[in-house]
Design a protein around this ligand. Structure first.
Ligand SMILES: [Zn+2]
Length: 332
């Protein structure tokens, strides 16, 4: 990829449509200049009070899985999986529709090391653990398994120590169903369409092997990035080890580039995956990074039209020029 070209920046507001979601987006560069007088309060959880720090293992439910060394319930681990103490689904006496399983995957023993600052080998290990837990829950008969990272209070995290979550549900989520229907109606993988548009608009950010990161030209979120692998199948559970390794490396570097550009930032990492019974070749799993720099406000909620003040062309060229390394930082 040519990293020396600078992308053209759209001058005025423009309506675009995200081929993956069908959502209309107004890219409105002028909105970025408006003054902000609001902010997000810092999360000041001291490491000693953190249930995810080594030495505090007794504060979580008994662990499901660990990588690394040590005995269950004690330190020595690198990645640790435990049931969520406050589950969305699968809690005691859950009614039909709210049954399932909800797990926390602690990314590392470090209290202030977000995914973008992990060593590459550990980043790969984390995504491998997520894939393996998805496999376990699908094998148990769950309808859908959502793997994600919420980082920072503005992204919905209640505990600062970087962690992922795996939420296995017994209902088919509407967005997953809609994406499958959209793929069938298009007769093409919408990720291919989005990636093609990104190449044309010079919105690629990074690549390794078959994995590529790009800023979707119709991103509804400022600084939003998608990552996919050209060999990926419809379901995340089908990901091979090489696919996981290349996507994890590109995701790690993408989050580091974003942190270097934005400073410590709240974000969601969402692993989108199709339903287990989708025919191979119709779509593919992919990763979405959503920086939570603002909120969808009244216009978005009232119209379903999103507003993005940062042209994805500008975001992509800035991220390409950013160093893909970052220091450990506290969650914002
Ligand atoms: Zn901690």
């Amino acid at each position: 990829m040519d990293r020396t070209r600078s992308a053209p920046t759209p001058a005025g507001a423009e309506l675009r449509v995200d081929p993956v979601t069908g959502t209309p987006v107004i890219v409105a560069p002028g909105r970025a200049a408006r003054p902000h007088t609001t902010g997000h309060p810092a999360d000041a959880t001291p490491p000693g009070a953190c249930p995810f720090c080594p030495g505090n293992e007794h504060e979580t439910p008994p662990e499901v899985l660990r990588t690394g060394a040590g005995a269950p319930g004690g330190p020595g681990w690198r990645v640790r999986v435990v049931p969520n103490l406050y589950p969305v689904v699968g809690g005691a006496d859950a009614r039909p529709g709210a049954t399932g399983a909800h797990e926390v995957v602690v990314l590392s023993p470090e209290h202030d090391a977000p995914f973008g600052s992990l060593p590459d080998a550990l980043a790969v290990e984390v995504i491998t653990v997520l894939r393996d837990r998805v496999r376990v829950h699908l094998a148990a008969g769950r309808a859908h398994v959502q793997a994600l990272i919420n980082h920072g209070r503005a992204a919905g995290a209640s505990i600062a120590h970087p962690h992922a979550q795996v939420i296995a549900v017994d209902v088919v989520p509407p967005l997953v169903l809609a994406r499958g229907e959209r793929t069938a109606a298009l007769g093409a993988d919408p990720i291919d369409l989005d990636l093609g548009a990104a190449r044309t608009a010079d919105c690629l950010v990074d690549a390794e092997g078959g994995a590529v990161a790009w800023c979707p030209p119709a991103s509804g979120w400022p600084w939003g990035v998608r990552i996919a692998h050209r060999a990926a199948g419809p379901g995340f559970e089908t990901a091979t080890d090489p696919e996981v390794a290349e996507v994890a490396a590109v995701l790690r570097r993408t989050l580091a580039r974003l942190a270097n550009t934005l400073g410590p930032f709240a974000h969601n990492v969402i692993i989108h995956t199709d339903l287990p019974d989708v025919p191979s070749g119709s779509g593919r799993w992919f990763v979405e990074v959503v920086p939570r720099l603002g909120v969808h406000a009244g216009f978005e909620l009232g119209t379903g039209i999103l507003v993005n003040p940062v042209p994805p062309e500008t975001a992509a060229s800035t991220l390409r020029a950013s160093e893909p390394t970052c220091e450990s930082t506290s969650a914002p």
